[in-house]
Design a protein around this ligand. Structure first.
Ligand code: SF4
Length: 368
């Protein structure tokens, strides 16, 4: 079992660029929804056929849950996982990090925090409509370090008017605090976000691809210098600090997603999608869909997820899915000649520049 994912669909504010599933008005149904998430887990125990090794609270903003709410959600998963559990991650924002929360999180067994810093430029934070300040980020890092959590921070690059020096200032936090994991995401224009609207209205310029590429290579270089491995398109870690939960997704291992908008995969060929609508989830009517993947879907996912990671796509795996055709072999050869791919230890892997366009490269190998 790769793990259990809890999607907490609440946020205090709506960030400019965000298209995740969440609501900012939830006080009327918060408790019933969380209780239903707990009962969804209990209803789906028959789907757990292997030890639970990881639990991940994502969102939304799981950091705004009270210790009692977290305890309620964790009670059964922790009992079932027992001592097989190796990683229990909570996504938190700097404003969630208080002494009281940290002691409670420790007591509950949370051992890894993914902190949504995004930027340490106050103007960029304001543009992003984030709910925290630069000062809150710094004091959160101090507290988290003192409590000894395994720590990851998020950074968003390619933001309008963001200088390379702004990106570097976030990276420099790695030198000041005991942070051994960084997730760096390129800003993207998603439909129905404020960013999308602003671009349509001409209030914000289109995302500057050249600037994003420059930021991407800066991050890649600076992290390499600091002995971080780029083990996935957006993720860098020191030795032993790779995020196990997310790595299991990319390796096609099974996981159960609980809550509105959460996805699940049985590790073979079936995906489940919970409805991205809090009210429908609470009513539990037509609240999830199942999808059985076709052979082509499985092949495409193998490229899409495998090529995102440092391990790449193995020839053995491709062989087990029927092997590559001569036309596909030609395409692969072309990508290698162009310097995007390499074949190492029977694995097709991205080169440093290949990481910049992993999805596009994977799509070359798609079957329809
Ligand atoms: S980026 Fe995070 S905090 Fe901001 S709206 Fe999206 S889920 Fe909520």
């Amino acid at each position: 079992m790769a793990g259990i994912y809890f999607h907490v669909p609440f946020c205090r504010k709506k960030c400019t660029y965000c298209d995740f599933h969440f609501s900012t008005t939830f006080s009327g149904y918060r408790t019933p929804l969380l209780e239903l998430m707990s009962s969804e887990f209990n209803q789906r125990l028959n789907e757990i056929n292997e030890p639970i090794e990881t639990i991940y609270f994502g969102g939304g903003s799981p950091g705004l849950l009270t210790p009692k709410e977290l305890e309620m959600l964790l009670k059964e998963p922790l009992r079932i996982a027992g001592n097989q559990l190796v990683e229990l991650t909570l996504e938190a924002n700097p404003e969630d990090v208080t002494q009281a929360n940290l002691s409670a999180w420790k007591t509950l067994g949370i051992n890894r925090i993914s902190l949504g810093i995004q930027s340490v430029n106050k103007d960029i934070l304001r543009w992003m409509n984030r709910n925290h300040t630069v000062e809150q980020s710094i004091s959160a890092l101090k507290l988290l370090e003192a409590y000894g959590f395994s720590l990851s921070i998020d950074l968003i690059y390619g933001v309008p008017n963001q200088e390379v020096s702004d990106v570097l200032k976030v990276i420099e936090l790695l030198d000041l605090f005991h942070i051994e994991h960084l997730s760096a995401y390129a800003l993207t224009k998603e439909p129905n976000t404020a960013l999308d609207r602003w671009i349509q209205q001409g209030k914000t310029a289109e995302i500057d691809d050249e600037m994003q590429i420059k930021h991407f290579y800066t991050i890649q270089h600076e992290l390499k210098v600091r002995n971080f491995t780029q083990y996935e398109v957006s993720n860098y870690a020191k030795i032993g600090q790779v995020a196990k939960h997310n790595t299991n997704y990319w390796e096609g291992k099974p996981y159960i997603g609980i809550g509105p908008g959460a996805h699940s995969f049985d590790g073979v060929n079936t995906r489940r999608w919970n409805v991205s609508n809090n009210q429908r989830y609470v009513k539990q009517q037509q609240w999830f869909e199942l999808e059985v993947l076709s052979e082509n879907n499985i092949w495409n996912e193998c490229w899409l997820t495998g090529l995102r990671t440092v391990n790449g796509v193995s020839l053995d795996k491709l062989q087990s899915l029927g092997g590559i055709s001569s036309k596909e072999a030609e395409e692969l050869k072309k990508l290698m000649v162009e310097g995007f791919l390499r074949l190492e230890n029977n694995q097709y892997k991205l080169t440093d520049s290949g990481f910049l366009s992993a999805d596009r490269l994977a799509s070359v190998m798609f079957r329809v």
